[in-house]
Design a protein. Structure first.
Length: 184
């Protein structure tokens, strides 16, 4: 697997590469992607699940049993469930956010897509997300996988990062620019 862009340079990246290779061999890239999206959502919405992935108080076996039970209740595919078990046994569940991000980038590359990180002041609804994707697809001339994040400090607008390129259309930046211009 070609891992340019430094994905393999981090611990999370190496785990993501291993999961991606396994998913590719088993023709499970999309089911694993869907499961990782479910896990990402659970990490954001469930304090208990997030605590499970970061608690140093849980032993390896406790963490493994708990994460396997959580995976079953979330409807996670078998490949990803087994992977979560490996992470729990290796005490690497805390790496999940980085693994998910790196896996999504690998899957996007596999599909010939670019990956864009879009940060907004408020969560984007489905229509707004579709509009952002369409705009990026037109601007870049290829399909774009979008990773979203929320930062209320932006006040409004978006920050879009694609590789080393950044487009900052946030209100915070515009106000800072205006303040600098007024200082003369």
């Amino acid at each position: 697997m070609e891992n340019s862009g430094g994905i393999g340079a981090s611990l999370a990246g190496r785990y993501a590469i291993a999961l991606f290779e396994l998913a590719r061999e088993n023709k499970q890239i999309d089911p694993v992607s869907a499961s990782l999206d479910t896990i990402k959502q659970a990490l954001a919405e469930s304090a208990d699940f997030a605590e499970l992935t970061t608690s140093p108080l849980l032993g390896r076996e406790q963490a493994t049993r708990a994460v396997m039970a959580a995976a079953g209740s979330m409807g996670i595919d078998q490949t990803t469930t087994n992977f979560l078990g490996v992470l729990a046994r290796n005490r690497r569940l805390s790496q999940l956010p980085g693994i998910i991000r790196a896996y999504r980038e690998l899957a996007a590359r596999h599909r010939g897509e670019l990956t864009a990180q879009v940060t907004s002041a408020h969560p984007l609804d489905a229509d707004q997300l579709a509009a952002v994707k369409a705009n990026l697809r037109t601007r870049l001339g290829s399909e774009v996988a979008v990773e979203t994040a929320v930062n209320p400090e932006l006040l409004g607008g978006l920050i879009v990062k694609i590789g080393s390129q950044m487009i900052d259309g946030s209100i915070r930046t515009k106000l800072n620019t205006l303040a600098q211009a007024m200082k003369g």
